[in-house]
Design a protein around this ligand. Structure first.
Ligand code: ZN
Length: 140
């Protein structure tokens, strides 16, 4: 898979130095999802309060795309309102369809834009975002 060099560096940085990796010691909304086509699995934990995503953590294992996407997603949604987080999830879906989308709120997400050219990998990139949607849904 060939990705733009700069994008590739951003992805590998998040893969090798994942942000927000770990688990909360106290209660948090927890969502376990996997992507059987690639073998990726993620356990996402969310802490929400007053309509905000206060904090997010994840554990799991999988390919560089799935793990870097989880690292970026948790970093992107922390401190955002639930509505902003869902809006980012929706823009990320558009990005995976090859649409031109901007992420002024977390530009590193654009590093995953090249994934739309590799349909088999789209599920890797969207796994963390699907977990986010599910977590927000279960938190209601
Ligand atoms: Zn994968």
């Amino acid at each position: 898979m060939q990705l733009d060099d700069l994008y590739r560096r951003v992805i590998m940085d998040h893969y090798k130095n994942p942000r927000n990796r770990g688990r909360f010691e106290d209660d948090a909304v927890t969502v376990d999802l996997n992507n059987p086509t690639c073998g990726d699995r993620i356990s996402l934990q969310l802490k929400t309060k007053d309509g905000m995503v206060e904090d997010a953590r994840f554990t799991g294992e999988g390919c560089s795309i799935s793990m870097s996407s989880a690292s970026m997603m948790t970093e992107a949604v922390k401190g955002k309102t639930i509505d902003q987080a869902l809006d980012m999830a929706s823009r990320f879906s558009s990005l995976m369809k090859g649409e031109a989308v901007e992420f002024d709120d977390y530009e590193e997400l654009e590093a995953l834009s090249g994934v739309n050219k590799f349909p088999a990998r789209i599920k890797c990139a969207t796994l963390a975002w699907n977990a986010l949607r599910k977590g927000i849904d279960e938190d209601k």
